[in-house]
Design a protein around this ligand. Structure first.
Ligand code: ATP
Length: 508
């Protein structure tokens, strides 16, 4: 039986080194020692910062207020903590608040000072480390002896890191092979790599499709008869917020389907409404709620149709299934166009207010969770998704307002984000107001000029490129960065990496 203190120690070790290899080693050593599925799942969930019970129903205030005298010796096991959290999460009905408080009180009282700190961070969500996923998958592969590809695939199909780890460690490759696309359970979306130019992307991927890259929000829709569910890019279910999409999909001429697409609302002139408005329909708080916006779906992929799994089929077959399944709701695009035709399509996409186009290899399978070369995006401006590390108080007209943002790129090895620049350009009054209200909720500390944040908020930045810098720790700084919009649909694990920023040095 693993001691909880061992998990806490490994978490500190992983956080304390920048070496990917050392992180993988430390995690794999611990995973090998876990006994049975429940213990493995709990260890992986703790290390990833997300208890497998999900939300346990105790608020932030309750948790930070728990400060009993720490235990002198580490006696808690992983199982003890996991059971206590299950108990707290399961408390329901009359007296449940009291029950939660007493179980949590006893748990904290049995914990050492280090364990208390870890638990507090775990339960307030501060420890949630999406960035650790890649490292953890490598560690699972190492500890189980299963090739990384098999582990990654099972995770992308299940979306569940603890269950993937438990299957790999208990049953190896055979247990992972059982993971399949399941109706009702979202898979990680396939992503696109930046393409250099339209002509190069078309030449590299031919035969290809070229489609509008619409400026909306990603959706994945699962239909089983009348049961329709809608998920976001981060696999959050939003079915209840988007009845009009549910209705469209219910009416499609198929029994069962898994569809991938983009959704947005249009103005009366048929141009895309601002991204923030679409996101506000997903229940986000970034901007004021915009009422009575009718979202429309534009589908571009089909992973399952009427009993057939298509995820490993080439795009050519998936696109044919898509047309059968959704008819008019297909995203605008051309199959196997000439470069001149693709250029006309791009001009039409930009003229209609969209971001650019996607070029996709017709022979490629659906690579869930991958940002591969089979899909390439071609956009006229560079954009990056960066993590907000802090914001400075403004001057003059902006006194008392959090303005100049500190921006960080993701460390692909799971370390803290690396600062690459600052900007206050592009911030509207609404965004400034929102920042000033929202940022203190994510504060880690502050000084006279700056409120520093936990790395939780992702912002999309437009820029002209990057330059070598001696001032910033990654050796690279953004050129002419300006804020485009906040990305509540992305977690810091989805942010662009320092390697992507460095790659811009050569692409000028
Ligand atoms: N035709 C399309 N095919 C695939 N994705 C599309 C298409 N049109 C719009 N999109 C959107 O573009 C995204 C894919 O681009 P990318 O892989 O760069 O993701 P991203 O990091 O969210 O990109 P960006 O920040 O540029 O939107 C998808 O997640 C989807 O929301």
């Amino acid at each position: 039986m693993l001691k909880f203190a061992e998990v806490v120690a490994v978490s500190a070790e992983v956080g304390g080194t920048r070496s990917r290899l050392a992180k993988v080693d430390a995690l794999a050593t611990l995973l090998r020692r876990a006994e049975g599925a429940a213990e493995t799942e709990a260890v992986v969930a703790f290390l990833a910062g997300a208890p497998r019970q999900g939300r346990i129903g105790a608020g932030w205030r309750t948790i930070v207020a728990l400060a009993p005298e720490p235990a002198a010796a580490a006696t808690l096991t992983v199982g003890d903590v996991d059971r206590a959290l299950a108990d707290v999460a399961g408390a329901a009905g009359k007296g449940s608040a009291g029950r939660r408080a007493s179980v949590l009180g006893a748990l904290f009282a049995a914990a050492t000072a280090d364990e208390q700190r870890f638990l507090r961070a775990l339960l307030t969500g501060e420890l949630r480390q999406g960035a650790l996923e890649g490292v953890m998958l490598d560690a699972v592969a190492r500890a189980s002896g299963v090739p990384g590809e098999g582990v990654r695939r099972a995770f992308m199909l299940s979306g569940r890191l603890p269950a993937t780890a438990a299957a790999a460690l208990s049953g190896g490759a055979d247990a992972l092979a059982v993971f399949r696309l399941e109706l009702g359970r979202p898979v990680r979306p396939m992503l696109a790599a930046p393409g250099a130019s339209l002509a190069e992307a078309v030449a590299a991927l031919r035969p290809c499709v070229v489609e509008y890259k619409m400026d909306g929000a990603r959706i994945q829709v699962h239909k089983r008869g009348d049961d329709v569910r809608v998920f976001t890019r981060t696999l959050r279910e939003i079915t209840g917020s988007v009845p009009e999409l549910v209705e469209v999909v219910r009416g499609l001429p198929c029994r069962s389907a898994v569809l991938d697409g983009e959704t947005l609302a249009l103005t009366d002139e048929g141009r895309p409404r601002p991204f923030q408005e679409t996101m506000s329909r997903f229940g986000s708080t970034v901007e004021e709620q915009v009422k009575a916006l009718l979202l429309r779906p534009y589908f571009f992929d089909c992973l399952h149709l009427d009993g057939d799994d298509l995820i490993d089929e080439p795009l050519r077959a998936r696109a044919a299934a898509l047309r059968r399944a959704v008819g008019d709701h297909v995203i605008p695009g051309l199959v196997d166009p000439t470069v001149a035709e693709a250029e006309n399509l791009t001009a039409a996409a930009l003229a209609a207010g969209h971001e650019g186009v996607m070029v996709k290899d017709l022979d490629s399978p659906y690579q869930a969770g991958r940002r591969g070369k089979a899909w390439q995006k071609v956009k006229p401006v560079h954009t990056l998704d960066l993590v907000v590390l802090g914001a400075e108080w403004g001057h003059g007209r902006r006194t008392g307002v959090l303005s100049n943002l500190h921006l960080g790129a993701r460390d692909p090895d799971g370390g803290p984000p690396v600062m690459v620049g600052k900007t206050f350009k592009g911030l509207t009054d609404t965004l400034l107001r929102w920042q000033t209200e929202e940022f203190p909720k994510h504060e880690s500390h502050r000084d006279t000029w700056t409120v520093y944040l936990r790395p939780e908020i992702v912002v999309e930045i437009a820029l002209d490129g990057a330059q070598v810098s001696t001032r910033y720790p990654g050796g690279v700084a953004l050129r002419f960065a300006r804020v485009l919009r906040y990305r509540p649909d992305k977690s810091p694990a989805d942010a662009d990496t320092i390697d992507t920023v460095r790659a811009l040095l050569s692409s000028r």
